[in-house]
Design a protein around this ligand. Sequence first.
Ligand SMILES: Nc1ncnc2c1ncn2[C@@H]1O[C@H](COP(=O)(O)OP(=O)(O)OP(=O)(O)O)[C@@H](O)[C@H]1O
Ligand SMILES: [Mg+2]
Length: 405
Amino acid sequence: MPALKNIKRLPEDLINRIAAGEVVERPASVIKELVENSIDAGATHISIVTAKGGKDLMRVSDNGSGMDENNLKLCVERHATSKLSNDQLDRINSLGFRGEALASIGSVAQLSVKSRPHDQGTGLIVEVTGGKISQPGPVSMNRGTIVEVKNLFAKVPARLKFLKGDRAENSAITDIIKRLAMANPSVHFILEGGDRQTSNWPGQTGPDAQKSRLGQIIGSEFINNSVVLANTRHKIVVTGMAGLPTFTRANSMMQFFFVNGRAVRDKVLIGAVRAAYGDFIFRGRFPVVAIFVDIDPGEVDVNVHPAKTELRFRDSGAVRSAVIAATGLALNEAGYRASSQLSTSTIGAFSTPAQSGQTRTGFPPSAGSTQFISSAQPSNVEFEGLSEPSARYEEPQQEDYSDFA
Ligand SMILES: Nc1ncnc2c1ncn2[C@@H]1O[C@H](COP(=O)(O)OP(=O)(O)OP(=O)(O)O)[C@@H](O)[C@H]1O
Ligand SMILES: [Mg+2]
C-alpha cells in the first residue's frame, strides 16, 4: 500500500516565492511592476535608476499619491491591493490589481519602500529582507514613493544563473520603460544609472502629446515616415501611428501594442497588422507601428497571466477588424490601396509622393522617399473601414516574441 501523505499549508514566505516565479522573471519584470505602481498612483514624474543590469540595484522614485502608515505596512503583503473592489475583476481599470507584485519582489530580493503622502511632512520606510517585514520608521524624502530593490535573486541561485549579461538585462529594462512611456505621454520619465546612457523623456501634453512621445522614443524618422491612426469600429477606438510600408524592419522589435494603456503582446493585434500591410510589404519585413486600442474593459480579460502582458478579447474578430480598418484607412489616405486582386502587374508601380497625386493626411513621407502605390487597379475596399477579405492574413510561420520581457 502506498504511504498516505499529509497535506500541509505552505508558509507565507514560500507561497510568495512560488508566486514570484511567475511575476518576477528578470530585472525588467521588477521595473515593470514598480513603474506600473507609480503610474497607478498618478505620478507625473518617474525616475528609474539601475546598477549592473538591475541585478544589484533598481530604484523607482515617483511623485504620486504616496502611502500612509497603514497602507505602507500592507503594500508588501500578499493579496493586498487598493485597486480592486469586491466583484470588479471583469472590469479592470488600473495596471495592477493582483496585489502581489511587491510581496513577490520582497521574497526574492531585498526590498525597501519609502513613502510620503502629499499631506504629510515626512516619510516612512518599510524594509523586507528574506521575506521578513520591518516596522515602519521615519525617513526624510520628497512627496511620493521610492522603491528600492537590491540583490535580485541573490538567494535564488536557480533563477540567478538564467539571467543574461548586464547589457541584455539593461536593454530589456529600456524596452519596458519605452513601452510604459509610450502609453503615458504626459509622464516625465528618466532612466539612468552608471551602467547605461540616460534616457530623459519630459512629459508631453496637448493634442499632439502621443505623437511627440512616439517621436521622443522611436525617433523623428518614424514620425516623418508614418501615418496617424484614428478610427473607431465596433466601439473599439484605435489610435497611434503606423510606419509607411517603405519604413520596415527585419523583425518585430519595433511593433508596439497597447490595450487600455497596457503594453501587451497579442497574436490578434500582431495578425491584424500583418493583414493590414499584407499587400504592401514583402514577407519577412515588419512595419514599425505603435497601436493603441481602447476598448470597454468588460470586453477584455487581462487576468490571463500574472505578468499581465497577455490578454483575451471577448470578441477578437471585432478587435482584429478595428485594427485592420484603422491601419488600412490611414495607409489608404497615404496612397496605399489594398487589393485582393493584387497582381504582378501592379507590383512595381512606384512613384514619389510628389508625383503620386494622392491625398494624404497625417505625416507625409520625408522628401525623397518613395512609396508604393498599387493604383493600377481600382481599390475594391469599402470604407468606413478596410473590408476584411481584401487583406491577406497568413498564420505566422514563426512568431518572434523575443522583444518582450
Ligand atoms: N508607487 C506607489 N505609490 C503609491 N502606492 C503604491 C505604490 N506602489 C504600490 N502601492 C500600493 O501598494 C499596493 C500593492 O502594490 P502591488 O504592486 O504589490 O499590488 P497591485 O499593484 O495592487 O497589484 P499587482 O500585483 O497586479 O501589481 C497597491 O495596490 C498600492 O495601493
Ligand atoms: Mg502593482
